[in-house]
Design a protein around this ligand. Sequence first.
Ligand code: LIP
Length: 260
Amino acid sequence: MIDLNAVMENVLAWVEPIGRMQLDGLQKGDLNIATKSQSVDFVTAYDIKSEQMLIERITEHYPEHAILGEEGGVHNLGSDYKWVLDPIDGTTNYAHGFPFFAISVALKYHGESVLGVLHAPMLGLTFAAIKGAGATLNGKPIKVSSTKNMLGSIIATGFPYSRQTNNMNIDYFLKVVNKVSGIRRCGSAALDLCMVAAGMLDAYWEFQINEWDVAAGEIIIREAGGSFEQFDIAGDLMTLATNGVIDDELKDCLFDKQSF
Ligand code: LIP
């Protein structure tokens, strides 16, 4: 295994200037917003530039590693190490100047996340974790909340881009909304996970999330003492992350008890 502390130093040094570039882009207003899979699935010039910059840094330092990036970067698949990149998680927010967006960088070894960094430049938040070494926010250790039940919880979710089919998450939203202190829809799955890791939220669930949305958040939440699971619900992948305490109650609520 490579020295993950040295990798972490590199990644932290890479994401800072990319974050500043993304903020400059907002100032200049030259985002060149285009759509991808759906009419509301956006990509900006800064998603593409940011991913290119990350790929350049990775191939310079770790030329033999595999890379999977949201904006099409796929390289060397077949290596034991795979970088999973979301140059801007929360592109819709970014395109509106809404501050919940982040650069997400994860390193997987044999398919498991062993290092994750999430840098939210407009919020000034940098989450990081190395497997077995705990999780941090802006360099200080973090852990999940100790909230004991759903009634005391703030829980985040998100809704898929697809406008063609019924939005199945509405049913799950209705099951949860009256049982909690509050529901939040921040618009960045990666940040939602990290906010559960830091105890700012107590849980998060969402359908149809991609590997690059959660690869960094997964290790950050696990290292902060929380749970991260994915379930196949009638062909749709649900991601569920909690503080580990309200886990059973939330699953009973989402899955009407008899499913578990
Ligand atoms: C987005 C997520 C958001 C989710 C969207 C999408 P992108 O990532 O973070 O929370 O609801 O479906 O996956 O496309 O902005 O990187």
